[in-house]
Design a protein around this ligand. Structure first.
Ligand SMILES: [Zn+2]
Length: 117
């Protein structure tokens, strides 16, 4: 298995994810591992009510996209850590080797096909 190539892929993916996360939100100042939707100062006290409603609606859809990106980000980060520690490519449930095809298609896969949710 070409771990080096997959690592490059994962690093690129991580970069892209951070870029996307930054366009939708910002890091929670109290928890650097957590991302929050919206600009730093979501102005819910805006004088214009329609604008406020739009902001809140945006905030809600951004939050669900953020959650997905955050999960992906966590998986990619996790895969990179496993490459570093030499445990990459094993199913987190049964410990079997994950097939190369699967890793090629999804380098951040945490499980083998049998345990894919
Ligand atoms: Zn498995």
């Amino acid at each position: 298995m070409n771990t080096k190539q997959l690592k490059t892929k994962l690093e690129k993916e991580l970069e892209d994810l951070v870029g996307e996360l930054k366009t939708l939100g910002h890091i929670n100042p109290e928890n650097p591992a957590d991302w929050e939707a919206g600009p730093d100062n979501l102005n819910v006290l805006s004088a214009d009510r329609n604008e406020t409603a739009d902001q809140i609606e945006n905030y809600e859809s951004n939050t669900s996209i953020l959650k997905q990106l955050e999960t992906q980000y966590g998986d990619v980060n996790n895969a990179l850590k496993k490459i570093a520690s030499g445990t990459y490519g094993k199913c987190e449930i049964c410990g079997e080797i994950i097939s190369e095809d699967r890793l090629e298609a999804n380098p951040s896969a945490r499980t083998c096909i049998a345990h894919a949710s």
